[in-house]
Design a protein around this ligand. Sequence first.
Ligand code: ARG
Length: 437
Amino acid sequence: MTDINSMSGRFSKGNAEILSDFNSSIRIDSRMYAEDIEGSLAHAKMLAKCGIISENDCEEITKGLVSIKEDIETGALEIDMSAEDIHMFIEAELTKRIGEPGKRLHTARSRNDQVATDIRLYLKKRAAGIIEGLFSFGNTLQNIFQQHTETVMPGYTHLQRAQPITFARHLQAYYHMFQRDIKRLENAVEIMDECPLGSGALAGTTYPIDREYTAELLGFSAPTQNTLDGVSDRDFCVEFACALSIIMTHLSRLSEEIILWSSWEFKFIDLDDAYSTGSSIMPQKKNPDVPELVRGKTGRVNGNLIALLTMLKGLPLAYNKDMQEDKEAIFDSFDTVEECINIFVPMLETMTVNKENMRNAAARGFINATDCADYLTKKGMPFRDAYKITGAIVAYCIENNCILEKLSIEKYKEFSEIFEEDVFKAIDLDECVKRRN
Ligand code: ARG
């Protein structure tokens, strides 16, 4: 395949094979073929509009690029994995197909502003896909929590039963996390919505180009403002990687809970057989592999974020080949998050919720003790005194293997004369939950 050396007059030999392999990014960036073609179509159109290439050349280039895209999509054209990158492959293929005009396409452009444009176009689309996925995730959560506004469960702090809540409220917490994740992605898209084309290699171009026009054709809100920044900015990769890491963090926390809830110790939920796996040796096992894998994959998405930050931190302006490493990391984060969302939705939709077990767990563990203390406080006792007396009642119950609801009013009165029959309503589980809505 054509390497730059063989295209250039500067070199007397082609690349050593080992260098070609090392240098090549096409296995990673071939997925940007459509964006590369989209960018080139706009660039050619602009060149013709500005009189830099002829209308005829532009037409040839356009036809050629459109046919390449079609052929890649139908499988008629196989992307050559020995090419240096997708940009070189498409340009070479274009010239092979249309000859002379193909060689004019790269006028007033560098691969540096070309690749910077392609990644932006590609990641914008991917971000839109994740946003859509998060919306459907949100809908799924909403459908589930609407069915559980009366499902009482223990709320935890320190993984110790703390106060009674509903399962709806618990899931709603995740719903809000994912709503924020959507905003984070939208914000990242807005910040990166500028077109680097025209930055050239680093110092712009001497041709009378129209950057506003190309930016508009490609759906960017404006051209980038500084040419060095245009080609060397990868902030958006970092920002997306960070937003994706936060999504994974949220998914991972939910995964952790699902793993706990599906254990024999909790038995709050059952995952559907279609979304669980067996053990090769222990016949009784039903394992929550899906949330475990999601929790595990969070590590590599976080790793990608650190890889990107580290790759950038020492780079002088403007483009450096180090930056070719951006794609593998950010693509992997997008792929992983998309995959995780896609499997999480049906897994949640098919899981069964064991209301009874949730309620039973809420009925033990004295999670209405705060309500008992509040009861005394509302009758005039200072909260600290009420807190201490309730603690003593709890200690008595633990010693006598009893729960607050089952103590007699006479017993309550031994702790404080303030207690009346209405204490039982005050500590009733459903009442406790309702009071907090
Ligand atoms: N494959 C390269 C990348 O992804 C394209 C840019 C190459 N530019 C250069 N000056 N070598 O970064």
